[in-house]
Design a protein around this ligand. Sequence first.
Ligand code: AMP
Ligand code: MG
Length: 483
Amino acid sequence: MTQSGFHLESTYAELPGIFFSKLSPTPVSQPELVIFNEKLADEIGLDLSGMDGEERTKLLSGNLVPDGTEPFAQAYAGHQFGNFTMLGDGRAIVLGEHITSSGQRLDLQFKGSGRTPYSRGGDGRAALGPMLREYVISEGMHALGIPTTRSLAVVATGETVYRENELPGAILTRIAGSHIRVGTFEYASLHEDKAITQALLDYLIDRHFPAIKEKDNQALALLEAVIEQQAGLITHWMRVGFIHGVMNTDNMALSGETIDYGPCAFMDVFAPDTVFSSIDRKGRYAYANQPFIAQWNLARLAESLLPLMHDEREDAIGMAEDSLNAFEQVYKAKWLSMMGTKLGLAETKKEDEQLVTDLLDWMHENATDYTNTFRDLSQEELPDGELYATESFQAWHTRWQARLGEEEDLDSSLALRKSVNPVVIPRNHKVEEALQAGEEGDHKPFHDLLSALENPYEDGDHLTPYQSPPKPEEKVLQTFCGT
Ligand code: AMP
Ligand code: MG
């Protein structure tokens, strides 16, 4: 294209044709840029400076498809709440893969860009509120140090989308390591043609797991690498109290990034069975279930890879089962070590598990705020408070202090705690408040929230309004997909 520094490739479209459909976004009537992430654009070396404001808005609404780009929608399947379904990008289109100055390949995807061959009954569009929600939570997750897709821009389309109400339409530009999901492998394996799954595996390995190229059994090595990767990701979620809400296999990205922010939410009061999503009626995706669901999803990935693991199905199943069974241990070790850091322990011992679970039990019984309790434990002195004066807490505190006494350096223990226990998270009531104000034309709360989330591990007086748990009347009990 003519504009400077902007160059997109489409290597995904070199896969067998069943994996995608080439098409352009459907133009919208009156695009208006709502927010553009200059910092992210800089970080990834995406130079849109050759475009004036109008051209940029046209680009980010899908109204202008630069010469030489070949946009496509991806085909995939997935298990939604345990049930297998054919899916695909029903409202998303990848404009192409942007190569950063350091050589990283990143998908530039529009979400809400019109119907595709995979839209089924849907309109291919998205509403402004949910796209701003994805923007703020994904950027918040990134600032918390958690692998995630990023948000580059939101454009209002000037069109109405019809859900339960009439809502303003919008398009989110999402940046992702890739959009290959567990569900993409499920889709590939449906074709019962080894060459199809092999092509996807080769592509994934090339793009995300180059070290596996050297391995004899690449399918098995990939499964093991993804087990490690997802165990790490879920550990991060558990650390900050994040509840994804729709951990369907099509929402588990093999780039290792958190993807698809629908009814996701952060827990305020610590309760392992917390669920926010209005559609998760049985609590399948509750906070404490997330590691088990990750393992369940990984079993679906393993099934899709069986023919590539071994010619004898029984042998392949044996190999996959061994790896999948190891997930529990891999996760448990990561979780304990992470919880240890939340308590300032540079290294955890087996006995530390009791210290951790006793604190969590105490927090659960006393309904304390997850984020604030751990941040309180990250101060030099515990703040005054009735709860901390109770006998039950003091008994735990004494044990913790004794254990801290074994640490080599108490200053680094404190610094460690401060580096993993955030001061601020995107609390539901603050997110809802910001989105609501935005709907009424006041964008300040949204921008204030975004800046409050930028450095979540640094104390600051300006953060006070974002630290308080919701008052009873502010509590958000349910979140919605908004699709
Ligand atoms: P999600 O809940 O966003 O992960 O979406 C699940 C599936 O539904 C994906 O295949 C989406 O592409 C599809 N989908 C969601 N919303 C729409 C829509 N408005 N129009 C068409 N397809 C949609
Ligand atoms: Mg999805």
